[in-house]
Design a protein around this ligand. Structure first.
Ligand SMILES: Nc1nc2c(ncn2[C@@H]2O[C@H](COP(=O)(O)OP(=O)(O)OP(=O)(O)O)[C@@H](O)[C@H]2O)c(=O)[nH]1
Ligand SMILES: [Mg+2]
Length: 425
């Protein structure tokens, strides 16, 4: 049996109508995943619904409302085999009313294509989605300069759009020097799977080729060891066994650790005595491993779910306060200063207060010190934990910087810590 290829999750994001679904439909068709007969059926259906030209988008947009309105509402997925990967393509909606679905899509992605129509260039959701990709930790991005047929495949227009999008991506924190900007026409099929004959000035990869240029997300073993605890057991013959998934770094027997914040709030020091995974004793375990451990010096009453086992020589921080980028997904009204919902960070749940609304990006415009935040806003805010919260900045350790904000049983917002004032312990 052929060896299975590793899975890579790739999202298509960008402003409404810029051609995400169409480009994916074309990708499926030109790579042979969508049979001619199916395509003919979709074309007839699109015509019948008065939506001629949406036949490729219909590959992804399957709901009645999506097909009648010609917009993507919910996420949809397609599998595609490339030379290196089994790719799961995630089609995200561009319309701002469905931003919640886009955020979910981004949270599942290892890489993304930011789709920008050549004629329109950067639009509000181009900016917002760039922010969200960064916030949700999607490290690898490529830009699809789509609808090149509407600008006669002109290189100068491509260059202008490339420049414009680069500015946005740089602002958000992406490096664009080595980024692929692919001039394409999803509708006509240029540079999706087949190299375009109308843009011989372009020497870079097609969308299909770019898929194989993305990297599988590596295990973050080079970062300091962090193991957020899911639970703590008392096992006869062994003693206290905290369990959890190692998020970053490598844990070794004999390693000096500190469990933060611990019930004392100031950390409990110890030394790793045993590491067990799938009933097997190990000498070391690394990022991605789920294990149970025993720590000399740490008893059942000392630690609990939400605490983090850290390398004692490079401990994490407990936040006195922090600045975060948050995307407001779904709040019944608006968020104002003083709002104190529960933050879910790794395995911890800690109430935190919004103490300052620093700025908001609304419809592509930046507003300083807004009075409130509403759904669809991407904002920079200052937060004060009510209690001890182990948190790190995105720059120090992205895996320990992300959080979801929940209130009354639903996810209100998602975000990432970008600056932090540590608590003195
Ligand atoms: N001329 C031309 N039209 C295109 C191209 N790509 C998409 N379109 C058209 O643009 C319209 C919107 O395409 P979609 O694929 O639905 O756009 P989308 O980005 O998925 O839109 P949402 O999911 O609603 O955000 C349709 O009429 C497509 O036929 C292209 O490369 N050239
Ligand atoms: Mg779509």
């Amino acid at each position: 049996m052929a060896k299975e290829k590793p899975t890579l999750n790739v999202a298509f994001v960008g402003h409404v109508d810029h051609g995400k679904s169409t480009s994916i439909g074309r990708l499926m068709f030109d790579s042979g995943r969508l049979p001619q007969q199916e395509y003919e059926k979709l074309k007839a259906l699109a015509l019948e619904k008065g939506k001629a030209g949406f036949e490729f988008a219909y590959v992804m947009d399957k709901f009645k409302e999506e097909r009648e309105r010609g917009v993507t509402i919910d996420l949809s997925y397609q599998k595609l085999l490339t030379d290196k990967f089994e790719v799961t393509i995630i089609d995200a909606p561009g319309h701002r009313d469905f931003i919640k679905n886009m955020i979910t899509g981004a949270s599942q992605a290892d890489a993304a294509f930011l789709c920008v129509a050549a004629k329109e260039g950067v639009q509000p959701q181009t900016k917002e989605h760039a922010w969200l990709l960064k916030t949700m930790g999607v490290g690898q991005v490529s830009v699809l300069v789509n609808k090149m047929d509407t600008v006669d495949f002109k290189e100068d227009i491509y260059k202008k759009v490339k420049e414009e999008v680069s500015v946005i991506l740089n602002q958000v924190g992406f490096k664009t020097d080595d980024m692929a900007f692919i001039p394409a026409s999803g509708f006509k099929g240029d540079n999706i799977v087949k190299k375009s004959e109308k843009m011989d000035w372009y020497k870079g990869p097609t969308v299909m080729e770019q898929l194989d240029k993305f990297n599988l997300p590596g295990k973050p073993t080079n970062l300091p060891m962090r193991m957020p605890l899911q639970d703590v057991y008392d096992i006869t013959g062994i003693g206290t066994v905290p369990v959890g998934k190692i998020e970053t770094g490598v844990m070794k027997i004999g390693q000096k650790v500190i469990v933060l914040p611990g019930r004392s709030g100031t950390g409990i020091k110890g030394e790793v005595r045993t590491i067990e995974m799938h009933h097997e004793q190990l000498k070391e375990a690394e990022a991605g491993d789920n294990c149970g451990i025993n720590i000399r010096g740490v008893g059942k009453k000392d630690v609990a779910r939400g605490d983090v086992v850290c390398d004692a020589s490079k401990p994490a921080t407990i936040a006195e306060e922090f600045v975060a980028q948050v995307a407001v997904i779904s709040h019944p009204t608006v968020i104002a200063k003083g709002y104190t919902p529960v933050f879910h960070v790794h395995t911890a749940q800690v109430p935190c207060q919004f103490t300052e609304l620093i700025e908001v990006n609304r419809g592509g415009e930046t507003i300083k010190n807004p009075d409130f935040l509403k759904n669809g806003d991407v904002a920079k805010v200052r937060i004060k934990p009510i209690g001890n919260l182990v948190l790190e900045t995105q720059a120090d350790n992205p895996h320990m910087s992300r959080f979801a904000i929940r209130d009354a049983g639903s996810t209100v917002a998602a975000g990432v810590c970008i600056e932090l004032t540590p608590k003195k312990i």
